[in-house]
Design a protein around this ligand. Structure first.
Ligand code: 13P
Ligand code: SF4
Length: 307
């Protein structure tokens, strides 16, 4: 990424001056992921690191709910997001008021909330989960509540994919990831026919029939680890476009076939905006303390289970 070199140098200098750490999600473009991200990974790993960060400033190279999670877990830090408009279709699909209505209708069932939600939604929930710990979280909370039914919001596909791995009854919400909902079984079958020697690896935000047609499904971190562990000759990652770029750098022996969908929210984060963010100390994430305390309890319950 030589064209980006001056910006990368400037960011890395400012980072040291501000005593900042940059947390970069796996969907960041390669120049962000490889050249300025201090910690990279899936949403669980970034939340775990945010909870223990020693620096004064956290820059979230990811979307808004990830920055909010970092602020909730590290309230004394300054948490910055380079673009306030970097949202998520799942987070936009549900409000705190919706969760209060669900609670009133089903008071006996625990509510598990995907981290891809606002602080207010987390605050109304019993526990959070990510795509890497959803099954054990759902089973643990069901045991704690003595319930055979769990409400899992807001991703209907993640909920259905979890339901296929447990005996529990899972109720859900009509939220979808605008990136992963677009993949179809027909597309996977065609890829399989064209590349019978490829490992097809999906994210659990995809529709269940897409997962059934694939070889493996997991969080972005688990997808990356699967390639590193099996080092297939050919791999197809059914997810956001930057994943293949980043996993390819770490796995030069694997050839990547790249059908993918861009996440417009993740792609709002650029090197230039990260530079401006550190220079102007913007945009600072704030979460009202009454909401933050309750959202933190849901996140902490998840982190306590996730080791
Ligand atoms: P991961 O937790 O797998 O990184 O997923 C986050 C996300 O937004 C996927 O679309
Ligand atoms: Fe949200 Fe989907 Fe983008 Fe992830 S890929 S941030 S779930 S819209």
């Amino acid at each position: 990424w030589p064209l980006h070199a001056p910006l990368i140098d400037a960011i890395n200098r400012l980072k040291a001056e501000r005593n900042a750490v940059i947390l970069a999600h796996n969907y960041m473009t390669p120049e962000i992921f490889n050249c300025v991200g201090d910690i990279t990974g899936d949403s669980l790993r970034l939340a775990q690191v945010a909870a223990e960060a020693e620096q004064d400033v956290i820059v979230q190279a990811g979307v808004h709910f990830m920055a909010e999670t970092a602020k909730i877990l590290s309230p004394e830090k300054t948490v910055l997001i380079p673009d306030l408009e970097a949202g998520c279709s799942l987070a936009a699909s549900i409000t705190g008021e919706d969760v209060r209505r669900i609670r009133a209708a089903y008071p006996d069932y625990p509510i598990v909330t995907y981290v891809n939600t606002s602080a207010e939604v987390k605050a109304e929930s019993d526990i959070c989960c990510t795509s890497s710990n959803a099954v054990p979280v759902v089973e643990a909370i069901a045991r704690q509540w003595g319930s055979d039914t769990v409400i899992m919001i807001p991703d209907e596909y993640l909920a259905k994919n979890v339901a296929s791995q447990t005996e529990l009854r899972i109720l859900t919400w009509k939220g979808d990831c605008e990136v992963h909902e677009k993949f179809t079984r027909a597309e996977i079958e065609q890829l399989r026919a064209e590349h019978p020697d490829a490992m097809i690896i999906t994210h659990p935000e995809c529709p269940p029939e897409v997962l059934r047609a694939a070889d493996f499904a997991g969080s972005t971190g688990a997808m990356s680890a699967f390639v590193a562990e099996h080092h297939p000759k050919k791999a197809i990652l059914i997810t956001e476009c930057s994943m293949s770029d980043n996993v390819a750098v770490a796995n030069p022996g694997t050839r990547f076939i790249r059908p993918c969908n861009l996440c417009p929210h993740m792609k709002r984060i650029t090197l230039a905006k990260i530079y401006e963010s550190l220079r102007g100390m913007r945009f600072e994430i704030e979460v009202p303390s009454d909401v933050a305390v309750r959202a933190r309890a849901s996140l902490q319950a998840m982190l306590d289970l996730s080791g």
